[in-house]
Design a binder for this molecule. Structure first.
Ligand code: C2E
Ligand code: CA
Ligand code: CA
Length: 752
């Protein structure tokens, strides 16, 4: 209304009669209209268009029917074809009376019809009225369109349910769900037939509820509709809106239910994507860091209750940055995908699926780093974890073939070799909560990277003494070497058949002035990292050789002295010369010296290893493989090396008789070792039962707390002679029994 008052309405008056035009001009101007006039159809159309073009569109048209050239009907039709003409009120005025003229006017979509002669005052009122009416109609049309647009956008369908007839009537507003045809009638049964089988019973119950127990409260259900064409299913939210009583007498039963159904396929799809982005890594499909933390937390709760051990593997691709830089990011991405594929494929099949928890155990932390958690419900969780780590390394041993078509265009695959470093943190030993475990696994990973990559490392407390503390410890260790705080203990090795001492293993001890006894398992990794391992190993070897010479000089019956070698020490280019120098310097008989190497040390570079081992053998020493069974070497691989002895790792011995797997492995190792002509030493023998088992399998030598803990050098002669004269002591356990590693070791009575 306000519009009409503020803006003078523009009237286009069309008449071939000049007098009528003049009258219209005068009379309507007086009534508050602005008038433009045209004498024929063509100029009327031109004027109409110009007014629109000038931004002052015609508000109402007065159109004479009888005109030379185009008559009023034709002009009316043409105006209706114009953009602004579709809804403009047109009043047709005719000199001819009768229903026929009026009918023709309405047929060409005129708004109103009037006869000549014109009563201008009445006409002015009529103009006001048609303008108001057409404004209301236009508004209605516009609202209707808006509503339809909104419905389309929301993919809303309107439906009615005729309670008596039992039919749904769907009014289709969008093409997305063809199952609901406009005007199609459907029974509840038909509706259900079009529904995804998994949702049918729910929908049926819902339909029953809304059609039988009519409730005025709106309720809704989400279900999937099968699209017969695509076979794709749509997600639909079916909402019962209200109950229509309108056509009924007051108090009678309702006749119709009214509701909407909405195609929410896209909404759900988007939600799914958001869900995925929030929880998963897009590139690999693995969980992301955030979800992994949650999964880990749950796993920790479960495992705490079950008293299980967990291993957390933090895995990083070595040199991933270089791959990205030299081949581009898309190749880097493919490498990552393949990497995850290899890790998850076979590994999952054998280890994770085994545990029935699937991909929940793996995540990508970003960049090239992945994380894996495993429940290690085994006797020796660390051994199990190290096997998995070896498996991971093995999985990566063959080349990656990455399609390079985007790069070169020749479609040839790029051959890339990928290795990984792995840091492992064990729950509960290395942390009780997910944050500590992740941090420690990360620390172990960095340690593995720093010490040469393509390897795994278990977390140990010394790794996290960073910066200053680390330096302090290193300084202390350096001082310990200079100030004789290191001492060698010797653990006897006893013949299984005669009970005599056949040798001793030298095991280093650090008497720390404040910390007390520090375990070699802790400070040897630190020494390796800082390079201190070399002077330390020289000291150990010299010390052990001097001791062996001293025992021999003292007239003790001959026995072997075994020395543990570190990989770093072994890989020195002139290692055999260093050893020879020590032999010459100490005057020891090299045939009395044994050297112990772990599988991982010999597994390195086979050619160099064989050369070094041969050179060492030529000096006269005995060579043994330490901790056998924990690495990943096969006996046939070891066949290439000039070895004398296999030391079966104590984790197997521990479970003899208890764990049938480990029992079988031990049996197999002994049998195969013998077939290769190797002597077998069993480590960590603590019980009579273990001893009996090993003796029955002809294991030659026994080492372990059952006979003795590592002893200070000064106590060895007594032990040797005791076991020499009374071979009946064979079954006599150590007095102090099998207890904690350091607890009962005597304080040194003398230092050699
Ligand atoms: P290893 O070479 O496997 O040494 C055997 C370990 O098992 C020793 O621990 C020994 O005390 C322990 N042990 C022996 N019998 C039993 C038993 O019946 N039950 C149990 N539970 N344990 C038993 P230790 O002395 O703590 O040494 C740990 C590791 O540190 C050694 O494992 C070796 O890898 C390294 N290590 C020790 N001394 C040296 C050394 O002089 N040089 C180098 N490079 N490494 C050394
Ligand atoms: Ca050893
Ligand atoms: Ca060992």
């Amino acid at each position: 209304m306000a519009e009409i008052i503020t803006k003078t309405p523009l009237v286009l008056a069309v008449d071939d009669d000049v007098i009528t035009r003049q009258l219209a001009q005068d009379m309507l101007t007086d009534q508050g209209f602005e008038i433009i006039t045209a004498a024929d159809g063509d100029s009327a159309l031109a004027l109409f268009k110009r007014a629109s073009a000038e931004g002052r569109p015609v508000d109402v048209v007065l159109l004479d029917v009888e005109m030379p050239g185009k008559d009023g009907y034709e002009v009316c039709k043409l105006i209706r074809r114009l953009a602004d003409g579709r809804n403009v009120p047109i009043i047709m005025i005719s000199g001819r009376e009768g229903a026929d003229a009026a009918k023709r006017a309405y047929d060409v979509a005129a708004t109103d019809f009037s006869n000549k002669p014109t009563n201008w005052l009445v006409l002015a009122q009529r103009l006001h009225y048609v303008m108001r009416a057409s404004k209301a109609v236009n508004e209605l049309k516009r609202n209707h369109q808006r509503l339809a647009d909104a419905q389309n956008a929301a993919k809303l369908h309107y439906w009615e349910y005729d309670i008596e007839a039992g039919y749904f009537y769907f009014l289709r507003t969008t093409g997305s769900i063809d199952t609901f045809q406009k005007g199609q009638l459907q029974t509840v049964e038909e509706l259900i037939r079009h529904t995804h089988p998994a949702d049918r019973s729910r929908l049926e119950a819902f339909a029953k509820k809304i059609t039988r127990r009519i409730s005025p409260i709106s309720s809704s259900i989400e279900h999937r509709v099968l699209d017969p064409k695509d076979k794709e299913s749509f997600r639909v939210l079916l909402t019962q809106g209200h109950v229509d009583f309108s056509t009924q007498e007051f108090g009678s039963a309702p006749k119709r239910l009214i509701g909407i159904s909405q195609d929410i396929t896209d909404i759900r799809r988007t939600e799914d994507r958001i869900q995925r982005l929030a929880h998963f890594d897009e590139l690999t499909g693995l969980y992301n860091r955030y979800s992994f933390k949650e999964n880990l937390q749950t796993a920790l709760e479960l495992n705490q209750a079950a008293d299980n051990k967990l291993a957390i593997f933090h895995i990083g691709i070595d040199g991933f940055k270089r791959i990205n830089e030299s081949f581009g990011h898309h190749i880097g991405d493919s490498v990552l995908q393949e990497f995850v594929q290899r890790l998850s494929g076979d590994l999952l099949a054998n280890e994770i699926v085994d545990q029935g928890i699937g991909m929940k155990n793996m995540a990508r932390l970003g960049g090239d780093e992945c994380i894996l958690m495993l429940t290690c419900n085994r006797k020796n969780p660390k051994l199990y974890a190290s096997r998995v780590a070896e498996r991971i390394k093995e999985k990566l041993a063959t080349a990656f073939y990455i399609a390079a078509e985007r790069k070169a265009g020749n479609g040839e695959d790029l051959e890339i070799f990928v290795s990984a470093s792995i840091g492992i943190a064990m729950y509960p030993d290395d942390g009780q909560d997910e944050q500590t475990l992740l941090k420690n696994a990360d620390t172990a990973l960095h340690n593995a990277k720093d010490s040469g990559k393509n390897q795994y490392q278990f977390y140990n407390d010394l790794m996290s003494v960073t910066g200053k503390a680390h330096l302090e410890l290193e300084t202390e260790l350096r001082r310990a070497i200079e100030h004789n705080q290191l001492e060698l203990y010797y653990q006897p090795q006893v013949s299984a058949s005669s009970g005599e001492v056949t040798g001793v293993e030298a095991l280093v001890r650090w008497h720390h002035p404040q910390r007390g006894m520090v375990s070699p398992a802790e400070f040897i990794p630190l020494a390796e990292e800082s390079g201190l391992i070399l002077p330390m190993s020289d000291w150990i070897m010299t010390q052990a050789c001097q001791q062996a010479k001293a025992w021999s000089d003292d007239g003790l019956p001959p026995f072997m002295v075994s020395i543990n070698l570190s990989g770093i020490q072994f890989r020195q280019s002139n290692f055999e010369q260093i050893v020879e120098q020590i032999f010459i310097h100490t005057g020891v008989d090299p045939t009395r010296i044994g050297l112990e190497l772990t599988e991982s040390v010999v597994m390195g570079d086979a050619q160099n290893t064989i050369a070094t081992l041969n050179a060492l053998k030529e000096l006269g020493v005995k060579l043994s493989i330490d901790d056998f069974g924990t690495g990943y070497s096969s006996l046939s691989y070891l066949q290439k090396f000039p070895l004398d002895t296999l030391k079966v790792d104590r984790s197997f011995i521990k479970d003899i008789g208890e764990n049938s797997d480990d029992t079988a492995i031990t049996e197999a190792i002994i049998a195969m070792g013998h077939s290769l002509g190797l002597e077998i030493i069993a480590e960590g023998v603590e019980t009579q039962a273990q001893l009996d088992f090993l003796r029955a399998r002809s294991c030659e030598i026994i080492q372990g707390f059952f006979f003795s803990r590592p002893l200070p050098a000064s106590e060895i002669p007594a032990f040797v002679s005791a076991h020499r004269q009374h071979s009946s002591h064979l079954n006599t356990p150590a007095k102090n029994g099998a207890q904690d590693l350091f607890e009962n070791e005597n304080k040194p009575t003398s230092s050699a």
